[in-house]
Design a protein around this ligand. Structure first.
Ligand code: 4AD
Ligand code: MG
Length: 459
């Protein structure tokens, strides 16, 4: 079957053709209300939240009784004349002249009219894109990926794809998934493995991104990221997507300014260009969402020092599960308290203790902290992690040594500090965390098409 002449429902609703225009649509049945003389079929093709109403007139279809039995989930190709429906949910409906059942659906189709829980829909992740919520989630995901490329393109950032298979553990947290072609039972030395070196799936493209920033000034990556951390939370996935910009000739405050512009512009983009899907989330998932995000998009973000954040947490009238004192890493409960209770919006926490941060972050002059930043947002906690990088080779070598990293393994990274090293900075934004913040969806499993989490790699 060819697709010629087919129009998308989004296009029909956005620019309704004149009455009596003949159009053809393809899609899947969401509902069929059949009567003696007429059937009303709601058809959805994924291009928009809205379904298009198809009207079947019994007199025009000799096989009307069998068409009445078309069930939810059936794939149809429908041709009909456009009729304006000023009082309807959609601007138009189609009075059908021709109807082809492309793919039948039997009554065991799991997506019936009632509302299903997100937990249940995760078990049928192959079908959930056909629901209103997941239709909206994945349209927004697609549009935001394009908006992200646009944001950087208009600022002259080079898009660089960094390796997925790598021999470096950028974050030093030992969360690499191993990549090997040796049999699990093999006792062969690593020299016989495919790469003749221990390799894994990347936890971050940052180190390679830094190399490109030292040539192209401003770059970003946007790619899949893998972490074998065994945390079964609503905010962690073993496979997620990260956007990592890196700027040469830039310090921590330039970094925070870029991160702020990035988040605020993306929110604005979603509210402006995806009004129907955003209104859906506001209505069905997180009441007040659009007003909240609009305000965030229009208001400068707060910035506080880690040391001040600790003082605020120590004074908080809350019993945290993890006790707080200078030197501890912030847990999600602390992060959420800071942005939800103290600030009431996004907040940058700057200058964390050196001991809890990765080797590449630049030492501050106080001898205790590094030029690190996290952006915390309500509902999610850490949305962005970034830093100014240690560009001084002698300091970098000290930091590698104290992190127990063999400098020979990162000889190329060290080289970037030898010839024309510049102050530089960057950050990583977790795409799924951003989508959670944007849509109000509360579980990371519900903003990625096929989630990978401990013991879950189905689909
Ligand atoms: O804070 P992280 O670990 O920072 C880095 O990887 C740096 N190399 C980034 C850089 O400076 N270029 O991770 C960055 C962001 C986090 O703030 C979070 O949004 C997301 O990545 N993230 C995760 N998202 C989903 N599941 C996980 N397991 C995540 N781990 C981190
Ligand atoms: Mg982090």
């Amino acid at each position: 079957m060819n697709r010629s002449g087919r129009v998308r429902i989004a296009e029909l609703c956005a620019n309704p053709p004149a009455d009596n225009t003949v159009v053809t649509v393809n899609g899947w049945v969401r509902a069929n209300r059949a009567g003696k003389h007429h059937s009303f079929i709601t058809l959805n093709d994924g291009s928009t939240l809205a379904g298009l109403q198809l009207v079947l007139n019994a007199e025009q279809f000799p096989d009307y009784p069998s068409l009445c039995r078309i069930t939810t989930g059936t794939a149809l190709r429908a041709t009909g004349v456009v009729v304006a429906t000023p009082d309807g949910q959609q601007p138009i409906e189609l009075q059908l002249t021709e109807l082809i059942v492309v793919g039948e659906s039997d009554p065991t189709y799991p997506l019936q009219k009632k509302r299903h829980s997100f937990e249940y829909l995760r078990e049928i992740a192959h079908l959930r894109p056909r629901t209103n919520t997941f239709g909206a989630v994945f349209r927004v995901r697609s549009a935001m990926a394009q908006a992200i490329h646009h944001f950087f393109a208009t600022r002259g950032f080079l898009y660089v794809t960094t390796p997925i298979i790598t021999a470096n553990d950028c974050e030093g947290a030992g969360e690499l998934f191993r990549v090997t072609t040796l049999a699990p039972t093999s006792s062969a030395p690593v020299s016989e493995d495919f790469f003749a070196a221990p390799t894994g799936l990347t936890v971050s493209g940052q180190l390679e991104g830094e190399l490109f920033a030292q040539a192209f000034s401003d770059i970003y990556t946007f790619g899949p990221t893998f972490r074998a951390e065994n945390s079964n939370t609503a905010r962690h996935a073993a496979e997620f997507w990260m956007i990592e910009p890196e700027m040469a000739f830039a310090d921590l405050h330039d970094d925070a300014s870029l991160a702020e512009a990035f988040v605020r512009e993306l929110l604005d983009h979603a509210l402006t260009h995806l009004p129907d899907d955003m209104a859906f989330f506001d209505r069905m998932v997180a009441p007040g969402l659009c007003d909240r995000l609009l305000k965030v998009s229009q208001t400068p973000f707060e910035r506080i020092d880690y040391s001040d954040a600790i003082r605020l947490l120590e004074r908080a009238p809350v019993n945290f599960t993890y006790p707080v004192s200078w030197g501890v890493d912030l847990q999600t409960e602390h992060e959420r308290y800071l942005c939800e209770q103290v600030v009431g919006g996004p907040v940058f926490v700057l200058n964390y203790p050196r001991a809890i941060k990765a080797f590449y972050m630049r030492d501050n002059d106080d001898g205790k902290t590094v030029a690190a930043m996290d952006l915390l947002v309500p509902g999610v906690g850490e949305l962005i992690g970034g830093s100014q990088r240690e560009e001084r080779l002698d300091r970098l070598d000290q930091k590698l040594a104290s992190a127990g990293i063999d400098p020979r393994a990162l000889w190329w990274y060290r080289d970037s500090r030898r010839w024309g090293s510049t102050p530089h900075a960057g950050f990583g934004l977790g795409f799924e965390r951003f989508l959670m913040y944007l849509t109000g969806m509360e579980n990371i499993r519900d903003v990625i098409p096929f989630p990978r989490t401990p013991r879950h790699a189905e689909f």
